[in-house]
Design a binder for this molecule. Structure first.
Ligand code: ADP
Ligand code: MG
Length: 618
């Protein structure tokens, strides 16, 4: 076990190099750092603005733009403009099926539990790659503004993000060329920005209210000995400032006696109205009436009417606050502080209703759209060991994980996690009737296990015969305060169980740890592209396996042409699997998928979808 010190925690010999804090938002992203006076500051590169809209546009000529420029294309070129990618990060198509219409770009429906992909033109992108483009832009802006290389970062995520969403965020950072020191909860970062939780002696319970562009969440946190614990979260992932804008536009349409469907056929005009609505909403911070015209349309609104329009939406957020308190088993009197986060908390009515509900003044001195990034910068500074006043906790210096298909490392406990800690994940089999599962435990930061350090290997034996994808194998890692790692594998349907214990720090020196960290940084880009290729290949192999099996079982239901076309497509897929071209693999999988989908539907057979549920180890 190591104390978080500059070399072990960061793997860098350049002690002077700064670490930035990044708020990777659904609507806007931004980056902050600690200036030489020890104050957190947001970066405004060349006056381009602090907020970088989380929008990516792909031009015909292969050019990629990110931010404000890309936002313009939301109207003129919606199919090639990706927004709200954070909603897709670490998600499978099954997770997002109910709101797929929200996206104007193409999200691939592969009918499986594997992570979603997006198709732009001929290319396939994962949300990780798209988020990496946004992070890269932030990295470049920081480098340009600070005139120094930026290679290390702390990135924030919502408190409700699950393990897979957090891992995806880490991977995006890695792909952008950033060494992600830690993933921090947004409400934790916001609290740090207000100095809450910096004093290790204080114990506090706080509420963090975050109303952004398209999402709302409230978190109840308990802070003890400098450790933030999430007691509960609540919210609505489709409620935010955009709803306020829409309410205003609808009001104007009504007042001008216009036909909404007719009007919205003119996309340009619809967008102009939306932008005018957003500007009007913001204007109410310092004026009480807006009275303007777009063409023949009167855009008139006073603050009181605005408040009436948005009241139901704000009331909904208050209901979420009540539920969050209830889930935490607390009452209003238990809350010591309330922190406001997100651009939409600038709205006067929002502030008032939140303060009224919690019966106390709220923290709103800092810019609500900047607090998360500022807090992330403070967390980065703490990790860099620059704050002597802050208690440094025992952390694990290298990530711990297991080998999954294709020899990939699946991290279960990420490096820099505080010890003691426990974490787990569920896996499944990839072959029908598979009775044994090999579990190989590794330590290290590389994407391929062969580059990492092997700690243990054992077989979970005696899994009763089941179709591929059916067994549910829970693998749990428990790292105790003495640095002993307990690994438990349990097949839930049968109760088959196996346990081993290792000491990860045994037989490895600090220098070796440092070298492993350095290597992972040098090889980051290669590692991620290799991982993506292997993942595409694994998906393709699974696909050929399931389709071939499907053909065997159900040949009677298909006609000769269908069978031979399917076989041809399977052969084609097998061929491209060796090509080393991930886009081509995805394209061929997609093609086979589209072709066979009607068969599965026709047969009402769930074989294809169920067989591919869950990740498999081997
Ligand atoms: P996210 O965390 O979802 O990326 P932000 O925290 O950046 O989003 O919030 C963006 C939202 O804040 C937008 O809906 C924007 O219109 C709103 N917003 C920004 N400034 C103001 C303001 N002065 N008054 C009201 N709403 C505002
Ligand atoms: Mg936000």
């Amino acid at each position: 076990m190591a104390k978080v010190s500059i070399n072990l925690a960061t793997g860098s010999l350049q002690k002077e190099e700064l670490i930035v804090g990044i708020d990777l938002g659904t609507t806007n992203s931004l980056v902050a750092f600690i200036d030489p006076d020890k104050d957190p500051k947001v970066i405004n590169d060349a006056g381009k603005g602090v907020l970088v809209p989380s929008v990516v546009h792909f031009g015909q000529a292969g050019d990629i733009t990110v931010g404000n420029e890309a936002k313009e294309y939301l109207i003129t070129d919606p199919q090639n403009t990706v927004f709200s990618v954070k909603r897709l990060l670490g998600r499978s198509y099954n997770d997002i099926e109910n709101y797929k219409d929200f996206f104007s770009y193409k999200v691939i429906d592969d009918n499986t539990e594997s992570l979603v992909k997006i198709k732009v033109g001929d290319k396939f992108y994962t949300p990780i790659e798209l988020s990496a483009l946004i992070l890269k832009e932030l990295k470049e802006r920081a480098e340009h503004a600070l005139k120094t290389p930026v290679n290390r970062a702390v990135i924030t995520v919502p408190a409700y993000f699950n393990d897979s969403q957090r891992q995806a965020t880490r991977d995006a950072g890695k792909l952008a060329g950033l060494d992600v020191l830690r993933i921090v909860n947004e409400p934790t970062a916001a609290s740090l920005a207000y100095g809450i939780g910096l004093n290790p002696d204080e114990t506090k319970t706080i509420a963090v209210y975050d109303l952004g562009g398209g999402t709302f969440d409230v978190s109840i946190l308990q802070i003890q000995n400098g450790i933030f614990e999430v007691l509960s979260t609540n919210g609505d992932t489709f409620l935010g400032g955009d709803d306020f804008d829409r309410a205003i536009v609808d009001y104007w349409i009504d007042k001008n006696n216009l036909d909404k469907n007719e009007l919205f056929k003119n996309r340009e005009l619809a967008q102009q109205l939306r932008l005018k609505a957003e500007a009007t909403k913001k204007a109410f911070a310092h004026q009480s009436l807006v009275n303007e015209k777009i063409g023949d349309i009167w855009c008139t609104l006073d603050r009181n009417t605005f408040n009436e329009l948005i009241l139901p939406k704000v009331q909904q957020t208050i209901d979420c606050c009540r539920n969050a308190l209830k889930d935490a088993g607390l009452s209003i009197a238990d809350i010591d502080e309330v922190v406001m986060v997100g651009g939409s908390t600038r709205t006067t009515l929002v502030k008032k209703m939140v303060a009224d509900f919690f019966e106390r003044p709220v923290h709103d001195d800092l810019n609500p759209d900047e607090v998360v990034a500022l807090g992330a910068a403070i967390q980065a500074d703490i990790l860099a060991g620059n704050r002597r006043d802050i208690l440094l906790l025992d952390v694990t210096p290298l990530s711990l994980g297991i080998e999954t298909m294709g020899g990939l490392m699946d991290v279960i406990i990420p490096r820099n996690s505080k010890v003691p800690t426990k974490a787990g994940r569920q896996y499944t089999t990839s072959i029908d009737g598979q009775a044994n599962m090999k579990i190989a435990v590794y330590q290290g930061e590389r994407d391929l296990v062969k580059e990492n350090r092997k700690l243990a290997e054992f077989d979970l034996k005696g899994i009763p015969g089941m179709p591929a994808g059916f067994p549910k194998v829970d693998i749990n890692f428990l790292l105790n305060a003495d640095g002993i790692l307990k690994i438990q594998a349990l097949e839930l349907r049968s109760g088959v169980k196996q346990e081993v214990e290792v000491t990860p720090t045994y037989g490895i020196t600090d220098d070796q740890v440092e070298q492993m960290l350095m290597d992972s940084i040098t090889h980051a880009q290669d590692d991620v592209s290799q991982r993506m290729l292997i993942e595409a290949r694994t998906e393709g192999e699974q696909m050929t396996y399931t389709v071939e099996r499907f053909l065997q079982k159900n040949a009677a239901y298909l006609d000769i042409d269908e069978i031979s076309s399917t076989q041809k497509k399977v052969e084609k897929l097998k061929e491209v699997l060796t090509s080393g071209d991930k886009d081509l693999i995805h394209k061929t999988i997609d093609d086979l998928n589209e072709y066979t989908r009607p068969f599965a539907e026709r047969l009402m057979d769930v074989a294809i979808s169920t067989a591919m549920k869950g990740k498999s180890i081997e």
